[in-house]
Design a protein around this ligand. Structure first.
Ligand code: NDP
Length: 453
């Protein structure tokens, strides 16, 4: 019998890889090696969800200070110290990175701080020249920002660089209309940066419920973000004062910073996968079956590199399911249905299940929607409205989707997701007594459908 150096070798120390390595080692008794070429923690911890959310918090304070004044507090924001914030942020990321390392070490995983490539179905080679054999190899290398081939694109930054800027720009252009673009447009605007967003389509946040997208876009515009839909960059040029963007609508404007947030691509190039017979899709995604297994039986892949649902909690569950299946004798397939998610725009957009458009295509649907001004910000005279929306199948009475726009939407949708996952009907929602006074009570007090579609 072949004796391998490891039972499992994981390439990539992000959300999916770390979870798989830990469970395989600590609960499956496997001998596990893990290689990470950058900082431990991956996109989510080092250059994604975590630093982004901390920036969201930082950018919300001006609004909160304004609200506080309306409540009688004698407070004034005297400007934002980017350098100070960046230092605190960096210290927090270092703390988290250390915590990830010690979790892996405590589980008995051997960490290799180097890039790894796959030599054959059971062998990896590190950039240091060392080679290891493993019974199983897990590809968990994540994704990387994609920047289209536009003249002058090298003048732009991606989300990777946003956490390390030397100074905060005065004028910023954000290109793209997805999660990252919309979140950063709000962050920059909140931090006092004059912000413009270009999106090539008709409305930002494609794929989300149309009414909810419109609601978010209107609120972003009202907060001062200049959103230009149907507009893209034709060319970027360096100028003495910054970067000039020439747009497809014929306009020209100068910015200090241009951020491209035009999607991400699976990080699968140069790993040696194609040569081994691991199938890759058009976008470079590693093709896997329901068990996250590639066309080469000893090689598995989880997380963004497989381009299924690119969210940290999904990568974690895929990694966990893989470890359960292969090392704990508990065959587990992760079901990608009904995954809740939140876009941390200001206001937040959170969603679970079907959009109105998708529900209507399946059959007659009752739409319950309420838009109202939240109590907290009324004193300040803010015009922001919260949107609560439920989609109910006329035939089964099941709640097929829920969309919330407003402060705390991400927190609320987490709980709605449990009910919807359990197959709750509208009558189950109605039976639930309201918690008063809250915004979420609207979810259980909408009695009459706004429309049936
Ligand atoms: P998205 O796929 O969400 O958005 C990409 C945007 O870029 C779209 O608006 C797209 O337009 C546009 N675009 C794509 N190609 C071009 C091009 N060639 N020229 C101009 N515009 C272009 O990707 P993101 O990078 O925002 O985020 C990547 C993934 O990361 C998300 O899908 C999500 O899964 C995850 N994520 C999750 C977050 C969360 O949970 N809060 C936060 C951040 C990221 P079009 O719509 O026309 O295709």
């Amino acid at each position: 019998m072949t004796q391998f150096d490891y039972d499992l070798f994981v390439i990539g120390g992000g959300s999916g890889g770390v979870r798989a390595a830990r469970i395989a080692a600590a609960e499956g008794g496997a001998r596990v090696g893990l290689a990470e070429e950058s900082r431990m923690g991956g996109t989510c911890v080092i250059r994604g969800c975590v630093p982004k959310k901390l920036m969201v918090y930082a950018s919300e304070f001006p609004g909160e200070i304004e609200d506080a004044r309306a409540y009688g507090w004698d407070v004034q924001a005297h400007g934002f110290d980017w350098a100070k914030f960046r230092g605190t942020l960096e210290a927090e990321l270092t703390r988290l990175e250390t915590a990830y390392r010690s979790t892996l070490k405590n589980a008995g995983v051997s960490i290799h701080d180097a890039r790894a490539t796959v030599m054959d179905a059971h062998t990896v080679e590190l950039a240091t020249g060392e080679r290891f054999t493993a019974k199983h190899i897990l590809i968990a290398t994540g994704g990387w920002p994609f920047v289209p081939d536009v003249p002058g694109a090298e003048l732009a930054v991606t989300s990777n660089e946003m956490f390390h800027l030397e100074t905060l720009p005065k004028r910023a252009l954000v290109v793209g209309g997805g999660y990252i673009a919309s979140e950063f447009a709000c962050i920059l605007n909140g931090l006092g940066v004059q912000t413009t967003q270009f999106y090539r389509g008709a409305q930002i946040l494609r794929g989300f419920d149309d009414e909810a997208r419109g609601h978010v876009a209107n609120a972003m515009q009202a907060a001062g973000i200049a959103i230009h839909c149907g507009t893209d960059v034709m060319r970027l040029e360096k100028t003495p004062g910054g970067i000039r963007a020439l747009a497809t609508d014929g306009s020209e404007a100068e910015f200090d910073l241009v951020l491209y947030a035009t999607g991400r691509k699976p990080n699968s190039a140069g790993l040696g996968l194609e040569a081994l017979g691991v199938a890759l899709g058009r976008n470079g995604e590693v093709k896997v079956n329901d068990w996250s297994q590639t066309a080469v039986p000893s090689i598995y892949a989880v997380g963004d590199v497989t381009d299924r649902v690119n969210l940290t909690p999904v990568a974690i569950r895929e990694g966990h399911a893989f470890a359960d299946t292969v090392f704990r004798g508990v065959p587990t397939r992760f079901d990608h249905k009904d995954i809740a998610s939140a876009v941390f725009t200001q206001p937040e957009l959170a969603t679970i299940g079907l959009t109105e458009e998708a529900a209507r295509a399946l059959g007659p649907t009752e739409v319950y929607a309420a838009a109202f001004r939240p109590m907290k910000t009324l004193f300040a005279g803010r015009q922001d409205r919260v949107l609560m929306k439920l989609l109910v199948s006329v035939e089964t009475r099941k709640v097929l989707g829920c969309h919330i726009v407003g402060a705390g939407a991400g927190e609320m949708i987490q709980l709605v997701a449990i009910a919807i996952g359990m197959g709750a009907t509208k009558e189950d929602f109605d039976r639930t007594v309201a918690v008063h006074p809250t915004m979420a009570e609207e979810l259980v007090t909408m009695r009459k459908p706004t429309r049936v579609v």
